[in-house]
Design a protein around this ligand. Sequence first.
Ligand code: PEP
Ligand code: MG
Length: 822
Amino acid sequence: MVGLVIVSHSRALARAAATLAAEMVPDRPVPLEVAAGLDDTTFGTDAVAITEAIAAADQGDGVVVLMDLGSAVLSAELALDLLDDDLRERVVLTAAPLVEGLIAATVAAAGEATREEVAVEAAAALTGKQAHLGPAGPPHSPGATQPTGPPAGPPEGGPSATVAVVNAHGLHARPAARLVTQVRLFDAATEIRNATTGSDWVPAASLSRVATLGVLQGHQIEVRASGPQAAEAVDAVIALANRAFDETHPAPAEGPVPAPAGQPPPSPDAGLSGRAASPGIGIGPARHVDSAEPEIPGHPSQGFEREWRRVEDALSTVREELHRTRAAVGNRPEADIFDAHLLLLDDTDLLDDVRSRTARGSPAPQAWADAAARIAAEFDGLPDPYLKARASDVRAVRLQVLRVLLGAAATTVPADGVVIAADLAPADAAGLDPSRIAGILLAAGSPTSHGAILARTRGIPAVVAVGPALLAIPEGTTVALDGATGEVRVEPPEPVLASLRKRAAAQASRRTRALSRASEAAETRDGVLVGVGANVGSVADAITAAECGADLAGLIRTEFLFLGRDRAPGVDEQEAVYRQIATALDRRRLTIRTLDVGGDKPLPYAPAAAEDNPFLGVRGIRHSLAHPSLLAAQLLAIVRVAHDVPVNVMFPMVSTVDELLAARRMLDEAVTRAGRGAPPGLKVGIMTEVPAAALKAATFAPHVDFFSVGTNDLTQYALAAERGNPALASLADGLDPGVLRLVDAVCRGAGDRVSVSVCGELAADVTAVPLLAGLGVRELSVAPPMIPEVKQAVRDTDTQQAAAMAARALDLADAAAVRAAL
Ligand code: PEP
Ligand code: MG
């Protein structure tokens, strides 16, 4: 495969362009090297670095070099002179535009084009934009490598077919890239045209030419081919189009689930189920709230000036509303949600899109609705479940602004009872009064959506993703939900209701008891102390953790400091944030986990190659050891804090002792650099999330002070069931005896000196607490609001009995059997 090299004055720019291009061909990584900047922040180019990048990118088929401007070109030419003759002959410098050219070149290289073809594709990359905007100057720079004219098309009369494009944004960059890589696999010359607009034919193997077709959702494309595999090529394109070009979310993100027109209501005592989102039992009459999107009337635009002013006025009204809601929520973690919504109102990508749609003649509501739906669809398409769930934030803001633009009323809850809605925006969830609302049932949504997070922190039981049948339940019908299991009952018979009420009352009194003793230490009935810490993902979480009685921070997910920004936080910034967490927790012990990112949570300033399976890729400690300067800076910040507060340093996703030793060496270097000797309370441990590491606990034990079992990842790896996949939710249960055996292996391998804690979600499952204590776990770390009840579950445990019960659980068949036994 042909390799590519980006030469730029800026390393950040080159890396970002590389990440963007790699995304076009996630299944076929192209060798792509960056020779940019003098270091991470200093602009400049270096001919020697360029020669090294070329040598690294060459796999034998040669290299195409793309440059930005000025000295980048001179340095690239100098680099050519420095190369061996043999390699020099395989290198092509192209005057292609850097970003567009790189994307076109990447797609062509992934399709096994020759280096000359790759260079031609790159140089032609402005064609799509020029066709769209019209030429605004000379069509190409003198000296640029130019396309050699349209490739010879297939003769007419070969196989052909027509298909509709269903993708929300038509044949935009990603689906077009899928098309190009697909047709390049066949020994055929394949052409495509936009039959709806009556465009000319263009080669389907050229990304830049396909971009000129302007294919939108609903357009028909016609495909024809010639050559030995012509029929296969045409069939493959039709099949690809029918699969929506393998985009995960081809349909527009148009907000909540539509009401099921004509769907009969669930019969009495019908059982529905959804995803458990906020624990507790809720019983009451169904109260539908209108979260539907208001209809956009077809009024014509009144001109750009007036329509844009309408947008600005609506934005400032919503800004005020959000500030009010944020103030009402106070200094709690969920306030961050409204900060994020406020940022969305100023998002330049979103606003530029709205502005250009209004300039092109869309009235304000339509322009806003379409532009915000586009951003939501982009989030929907992301692989990470957390980021994917952020689409619901965009939809919430979209709806809020749209309502203001159309003068429609906001969501209101008519009377006390169980709220039923298609989806619930965070602002609406924040406005619910827990004393009036017995529970929340949503047809859509996910447990990580902000509506669900707010329900949890406000203590309202909730079940989400129940499906559209929920919306057909008649107003006032008695419904009951169990927010811990996701179970929903419609009009349950009186004996079932009575037993649910009893359980609800028992839960309420347990919660009251737990809250009254939240700040006390948790000791089992037979006097064994079990520390209950907090999982912390922000300074606000640490404040809540202290209010909820945390004994320590058992897991600080430091990713929050690194994600969603253009450059890594510096040592001073990190130190300041860790100190703020320490202050919020009144200088209790902090377990600071080093950065746990990778292919599933990429950082723009530490780009990773596209991976087929990021959960099994370069993440956690593997990523940190591959980016030593990031790890060194983080460890230095941690060591500085550790001189004043007791600190556990915890390395994530460790698989081998060598990884641990390499990380420990870097920690020693950080101690030396900090220059104050070894911090007195510093302890070192690893997360056991990889099954192999759990089984090798005794091998790791001499090198650590503690193990912390990450049951979220350990469960997904042990059961080969991805943690965010709703279809596998019942399989990916940490109570599976296979997972429990791994926890048992860690406890036995740890011996007497090394302590074992659990910081995955299993630790917050109060039914699992005695089991974990019975296996030998002596510390649990959970989401802050769960601390009081987890402490109470510890107090209700006898470790002798729990050990016997745990031994029996290891021999059971599956998680359901373990739950039944508990
Ligand atoms: C885990 O895997 O259990 C864990 C606590 O880590 P995270 O959820 O951050 O991956
Ligand atoms: Mg993990």
